[in-house]
Design a protein around this ligand. Sequence first.
Ligand code: S3P
Length: 439
Amino acid sequence: MTTAGPTRFVLSPARRLEGEIVVPGDKSISHRAVILGAIAHGTTEIRGLLRGDDVLRTLAAFRRLGVSIRDEGDVVRIDGRGLAGLREPDDVIDLGNSGTSIRLLAGLLAGRPFLSILTGDESLRGRPMGRIADPLKKMGARIDGRDGGNLAPLAVRGGGLSGISYVSPVASAQVKSAVLLAGLSAEGETSVTEPGLSRDHTEKMLTAFGASVRREGLKVSVGGFDRLAACSVDVPGDFSSAAFFIVGATILPGSDLTIRRVGVNPTRTGLIDVLRNMGGRIELENMKETGGEAVADIRVRSAPLTGVTVAPEIVPRMIDEFPVLCIAAAAAEGETAVTGASELRVKESDRIAAMAHVLGQFGVQAEDAPDGIRIHGLGGSLGGDASGRRIHSHGDHRVAMSAAIAALAAPSETLVEDTACVATSFPGFLGLLESSARP
Ligand code: S3P
């Protein structure tokens, strides 16, 4: 039903999704496992590491920083020699499309007494870095970049940091993590208070590696000079990858799909709450905990959806699931409104504009606003041009995969162009979709 060229998907309609699948490892947890393994003392073993381009960039960065990393297939072994084991990189570090890599590394390297130059692809070089450079400069780092230090390439001359109490204007795990990682090399305590709780994988994993992390409400603190001890990390499946299948199985009548061993940390699963409010049938089975992270099998059966108003408070818990939520809203009966989501404008693409375009291609009316979107659902199958749709991904992996899910509910073939970006987070996406879709 699907074919893939090197940079495009051609998708036919599907009747339903069914069976059991496993999605690749969590991207956020994979980055953090590599970062903490590289600065801990001893050998960290990581199982289930995501081999997406974003995480491979983080791995390559640490090799350039002098860390020995052995990829043995099932397990990746990182021989950490502590923070002091990192050495000045002998070239620019290119982090590709990965916002998590550049922001977390900038934070970590702000504490090291050498020069690092961090850059990325065109999309990454257009994304705001002032949000991390500002607090890191307050701690004592010297950071420069284009646009007064707001845009990569970033030149980070680290060392000599003092802890700060930072009140972040955005609920962003990348900002929080950058400051906390800098805090590991700072004199005294470092804390970050956010306006809403963003994903808390950094805090959880720092604790698993033996750091003393304290949380009081929305404030989280680390002590300076904490010594991290190597750990074993079992990376669960990525909820953000599972999300495409959760929406696909919800909107295609007759679907019954189980996604095994997915990370269901509550700071990530806002999409489940919203879909349940819309009428979705989603169950979590076999709940377990690994490294402080909740893991479960997710069973999804199809259900007719009704549009809802998404409360702004839930947005940080589903920030990456917005593109695929738009597809659920498109298939729902009635209107769905999202507000308080201006962060979506500065992701891998402007996701509000990109999704308004995608929805239009499927015959769905949507009005975008600076901080959200209003979608007029079609109440069932999607539409659009009878002779087929041709959709551009905007170079954004989550837009490409959301369009692919919508294509399953369309009346005829859909072409999604510029899909190489899918490999940043979900290698094997199309094959997995093919294995679970029934024509
Ligand atoms: C991430 C944090 C989020 C998210 C991104 C991954 C992380 O970004 O959108 O895909 O791993 O810390 P923000 O922190 O900028 O919201």
